[in-house]
Design a protein around this ligand. Structure first.
Ligand code: FAD
Length: 469
């Protein structure tokens, strides 16, 4: 590729168009830098996975207009330590948590509005701030503010090459509409271009052929092109490439961008079988908010990466449904046939499940109740009720990948570290592309946006300072 070094020059170049990118761009501009944003997607699809979000997790010492009770830094840290099982960088994590407190106010100053927590299955009214109008409205506010401040934004502008010399960013090659490429030079780079979850070939390097059956919940534009180029240019890698946030979503969802309306939260109300009509995990192990993020991986390990959540008419209205109606039948055998499962085997699994339920339990999905099985492998530890009241229902589910954790290693100034341990001269990163620094594994709802906002602002400010010196 021919480098056009005579191209434009800015103080700060931000690559990406989601929350992390916009927070960085606004912060850099507010520090007085000239800022260019390159977003691969067309304007209508701008904003990557951020478009699909609803909330952000921030520490706060007292209740606010839209949040109940305090959520202290220590509690946030305990939650993060627990969900990651200690696979996190404590210094960076504590920095993020401390900065999440003023972030609520800062985000609001950029025009984003909040609303009280939505009802539903994840009870987050104390810990997570919900965006009024969701992630799209949040993004629209950030874009409007960035434009008003004079940030230059280009759409259909995928970065396809980087000119980096010895950890020093010089320019990016951008492919514009029509395939023309051009160099954009800048004094500093902020990489905020998401993970590689939409790159099935890359996922297959770690997951093998099963990745063909994964559904990608968010944008098709997060293909990891920038991440790959940074790693190839000697930036230090962080995170396990197989780790990601993955939930079970409706198998009928589109390959990309299905968003939140394809998620299914009814596992605790039923029994989950694979295509051999066999159960494979305890559906009632713990409260759903603590377990929903393991089911994507569990289904990924089943034959053909598919499973079926089976329940009966008792539970039909107990949870938020997906966009698609459940598959329904008046008999268990009829349901099995509709799902393409062996009816006899399905019947045997169902009878085994129903027969193992300890009688006399009192069902209450708001506590770890005493409705459980005995002598069944795997058990169902809570909320086990016989599935015996027609009509019978099922949702087919597949792994829905939210985002990947492999990324570039950063300092708490959001500055990239090179493979030899030296900080990069003028390269910063924020959001999914560096989430592996904080999330070695596991997830707590709302942390994706905390990572993007906190490190986005930090990266933007650092890049502006660096570019001006
Ligand atoms: C359905 C769904 C619901 C979610 N809900 C929540 C939630 O409620 N709360 C929460 O905290 N997290 C949630 N998440 C996770 C959250 O979306 C991400 O953690 C967060 O949005 C990441 O922000 P980001 O700016 O790093 O990436 P993104 O918002 O994905 O932005 C990345 C951007 O980079 C662009 N890009 C990629 N490659 C290039 C390139 N080579 N050149 C130029 N541009 C490029 C993309 O087009 C995109 O605009 C959800 C995710 C999904 C999929």
């Amino acid at each position: 590729m021919e480098m056009n070094r005579a191209g434009q020059r800015h103080d700060v170049l931000v690559v990406g168009g989601g929350n992390a990118a916009l927070c960085a761009a606004i912060a850099a501009r507010r520090e007085g830098a000239s800022v260019k944003v390159l977003e691969a997607a067309p304007r209508f699809y701008r904003g990557g996975n951020t478009r699909h979000t609803r909330n952000m997790r921030c520490a706060h010492d007292t209740a606010t207009d839209t949040l109940t009770g305090p959520y202290t830094e220590d509690e946030f840290w305990d939650d993060l330590k627990r969900v990651t099982q200690g696979h996190t960088d404590e210094e960076l994590a504590r920095y993020m948590i401390a900065k999440s407190k003023p972030m609520l106010g800062w985000i609001a100053e950029q025009g984003v509005r909040f609303q009280p927590s939505l009802g539903g299955t994840l009870s987050l009214g104390r810990t997570n701030s919900f965006f009024l109008g969701g992630g799209r409205a949040m993004l629209n506010a950030l874009y409007q503010t960035a434009e008003r401040l004079g940030v230059e934004i280009e759409y259909d502008a995928e970065v396809v090459g980087l000119d980096i010399e010895d950890g020093h960013f010089l320019s990016a090659q951008v492919r514009r509409e029509g395939g023309r490429t051009e160099a954009v030079r800048a004094g500093a780079l902020v990489a905020a271009a998401g993970g590689f979850e939409a790159n099935i070939e890359w996922l297959k390097e770690y997951w093998g052929p099963p990745a063909e059956n994964f559904l990608i919940r968010g944008t098709p534009y997060n293909r990891g092109t920038l991440l790959r180029m940074l790693l190839d240019n000697g930036v230090q890698e962080v995170g396990d490439p197989t780790q990601c946030h993955a939930v079970a979503i409706d198998a009928r969802a589109p390959r990309f961008d299905g968003g939140i309306i394809t998620r299914l939260d009814c596992v605790v109300f039923g029994m989950v079988v694979n295509k051999l009509a066999e159960r494979f995990y305890d559906e009632g192990e713990d409260f759903w908010p603590k377990r929903y993020a393991i089911w994507g991986r569990l289904v990924a390990h089943q034959p053909d990466q598919i499973a079926y959540i089976v329940f009966d008419s008792k539970s039909l209205t107990s949870f938020m449904p997906s966009l698609y109606p459940p598959i329904r039948s008046d008999t268990p055998e009829g349901l099995a046939e509709a799902l393409g499962l062996d009816p006899q085997r399905f019947r045997a699994t169902l009878d085994g499940f129903n027969g193992a339920i300890v009688p006399g339990g009192s069902f209450d999905h708001t506590v770890l109740d005493d409705c459980r099985t005995e002598g069944l492998t795997p058990p169902k530890s809570h909320w086990a009720r016989p599935i015996d009241t027609a009509p019978y229902y099922a949702y087919p589910v597949r792994p829905g990948i939210t985002f990947t954790y492999l990324g570039v290693k950063v300092t708490k100034e959001a500055r990239m570290l090179m493979a030899d341990g030296r900080p990069a001269a003028n390269m910063f990163a924020a959001g999914e592309i560096m989430s592996g620094n904080v999330l070695g594994r596991g997830y707590a709802a709302g942390i994706g946006m905390t990572i993007g906002s906190v490190f986005g602002k930090t990266a933007g400010e650092g890049a502006a300072r660096r570019a001006r010196n």
